[in-house]
Design a protein around this ligand. Structure first.
Ligand SMILES: C[S@@+](CC[C@H](N)C(=O)[O-])C[C@H]1O[C@@H](n2cnc3c(N)ncnc32)[C@H](O)[C@@H]1O
Length: 278
């Protein structure tokens, strides 16, 4: 097992992270170094890690150094220490996303989600996922839900647990489709998952709620005609840096009449709740 770390000037860190999460879907460890720089590290076997040229391209001029280290025999313990349960509390409702080796919490009324962090993006730890979960906790379930870029299935599974039905997760990565199916089974909920490339421009299946934790370019693509002729009643859009939010809100408002209802911020990241006027 190898630990591959890239070190960056703190000022550029969040922007680079947006690129890195595409290269390392199963999670990026973040550390603040004593000298103020930021280190992002990924773990994997040789051959499974992002390629150095891709990392260099993602980090651009912000890159200070790349450091690879062999991880000791207890790497699985380090991996487990890295993936801790994530609790999202909103207006008295509590949702907890935990890896399979952590016990379910005893608290009654808590929504318990088990997500294996090994396969695809979405342990619940990333700010963009947490913001989506926070908004989701506030919504009254009212029909079907489609999760665009489902990764581990964390958002789709949370939606199913909260009462949305039917729930469909779409992702262009086969690993994400498999992870969503496996994780849905582990959570005893019904979530369909299909391979679907959002860049191909086909219409997205209609649903009351669309969740899209993607990056800016893909969200802007979707604002074109992806929801024609049936835009959703509600849309949660995330994966956005704060300075990108206005552009996305305006694009969906113009194209699909989806108006901003709520905007959530965490660090440099933001999420939007959009709602149809009709
Ligand atoms: C930021 S992750 C979000 C994962 C999960 N929904 C969450 O919120 O934690 C973005 C996901 O979008 C998927 N994705 C990226 N480009 C895509 C495309 N063109 N078509 C479909 N899925 C895509 C990635 O594979 C990844 O699983």
């Amino acid at each position: 097992m190898i630990r591959l770390a890239i070190r960056l000037a703190a000022a550029d860190a969040e922007i680079v992270l947006a690129e890195l999460i595409e290269l390392a879907p199963s999670g990026v460890e973040e550390n603040e170094l004593p000298d103020g720089r930021v280190e992002y590290a990924v773990y994997g076997a040789a051959g499974e890690l992002p390629a150095l040229p891709d990392l260099q391209a993602a980090a651009g001029g912000a890159l200070v150094e790349i450091v690879t280290t062999e991880v000791a025999d207890d790497w699985d313990q380090q991996w487990k220490a890295f993936h801790k349960p994530v609790a999202i509390e909103h207006r008295g409702r509590l949702l907890r996303v935990r890896p399979p080796w952590e016990e379910a919490a005893a608290a009654s009324g808590e929504v318990d989600l088990v997500i294996d962090p090994g396969q695809a993006f979405g342990t619940g730890a990333h700010a963009t996922t947490r913001l989506c979960l926070e908004i989701l906790l506030e919504l009254e379930p009212d029909g079907g839900c489609v999760d665009l870029g489902c990764g581990s299935g964390v958002l789709a599974i949370a939606a199913a647990k909260l009462g949305w039905e039917p729930v469909l997760g779409l992702d262009h990565e086969l690993e994400s489709v498999a992870a969503t199916v496996d994780n849905a089974r582990a959570n005893s909920v019904t979530v369909a998952a299909e391979r679907f490339d959002l860049r191909q421009g086909g219409a997205v299946p209609a649903a009351t709620l669309v969740m899209a934790n993607l990056l800016l370019p893909l969200l802007l693509d979707l604002s074109g005609s992806a929801f024609d002729p049936h835009p959703p009643q509600l849309m949660i859009a995330s994966g956005l840096l704060i300075e990108q939010v206005d552009q996305v809100a305006e694009a969906f408002s113009l194209s699909h009449g989806l108006r901003e209802q709520d905007r959530r911020i965490s660090g440099e990241w933001a999420a939007l709740l959009l709602a149809s006027e009709s």
